[in-house]
Write a protein that binds this ligand. Structure first.
Ligand code: HEM
Ligand code: HEM
Length: 178
């Protein structure tokens, strides 16, 4: 159960599922061939679209769960630390959502269909050859680095709580903790 002093199993499950999918997605995004006019929706590119659709589903479900369940107050010694933690959490949700939608549009602009679980086709956000879909791809490629920056800040905060402040903040997001 989720109380206001810890995260429940569902929140933890979604948190670590999204982390694992993002690690996979950054890896695939880095090793897939550079996407140009003649690139096909095959191999690593195909995996990128497959994992991307899963990330979108996971972040939407996670956010819906978050709205309906109480979450612990971000613990911090000072007001600015609490504000920074809250701002970072919202930016993580927002960036993952925006990046996946932009990636989806970029895929459609190249004439590729995005399918959930590789089976359920998602509607096209723009037609093949669309200028804004192409633009979406360029913004996607920039925002992935902004997201990396926020992930680094978030990770630094979690490690500071654990190793410097020596409190239970990291533990309350780990499996098995209560
Ligand atoms: C948060 C999740 C995602 C991450 C971290 C991510 C990461 C990346 C990376 C590292 C690249 C290569 C950038 C480059 O070559 O400079 C890329 C490109 C691309 N990604 Fe993603 N991606 C994500 C979600 C998605 C989704 C959901 C889709 C589509 C369903 C998608 C479709 C694409 C496309 C089409 C490109 C090529 C863009 C272009 O140059 O036109 N991505 N992504
Ligand atoms: C890299 C390893 C990571 C660690 C060690 C970690 C650790 C944590 C911890 C300890 C919390 C609880 C903070 C608190 O109680 O105030 C938390 C919350 C959160 N984490 Fe992570 N995290 C990691 C990666 C990520 C990534 C990649 C994302 C990207 C989506 C993310 C998104 C979030 C969000 C949105 C929250 C706030 C949950 C809420 O209250 O709604 N985390 N994380």
């Amino acid at each position: 159960m989720q109380t206001s002093s810890t995260y429940g199993p569902t929140a933890k499950f979604f948190h670590w599922l999204v982390v694992a999918l993002l690690v996979a997605q950054y890896t695939i995004g880095s090793i897939m061939p550079h996407i140009g006019r003649n690139t096909q929706d095959a191999g690593w590119v195909h995996w990128h679209l497959l994992v991307g659709a899963l990330i979108l589903l996971a972040i939407v479900l996670r956010f819906a769960w978050r709205i309906k369940s109480p979450v612990p107050e971000p613990a911090a010694d000072t007001n600015w630390e609490r504000m920074l933690a809250t701002f970072t959490h919202w930016m993580l949700y927002l960036l993952v959502f925006v990046i996946t939608v932009l990636g989806w549009a970029a895929a459609n602009s190249r004439g590729w269909e995005v399918k959930l679980f590789g089976l359920v086709p998602l509607p096209a956000l723009c037609p093949k050859g669309s200028a804004w879909g192409h633009e979406a791809g360029d913004i996607h490629n920039v925002l992935i680095y902004v997201l990396l920056g926020f992930i680094a800040l978030h990770l630094a905060g979690a490690l500071k709580h654990h190793f410097i402040d020596r409190n239970d903040i990291l533990k309350r997001m780990l499996p098995g903790s209560r």
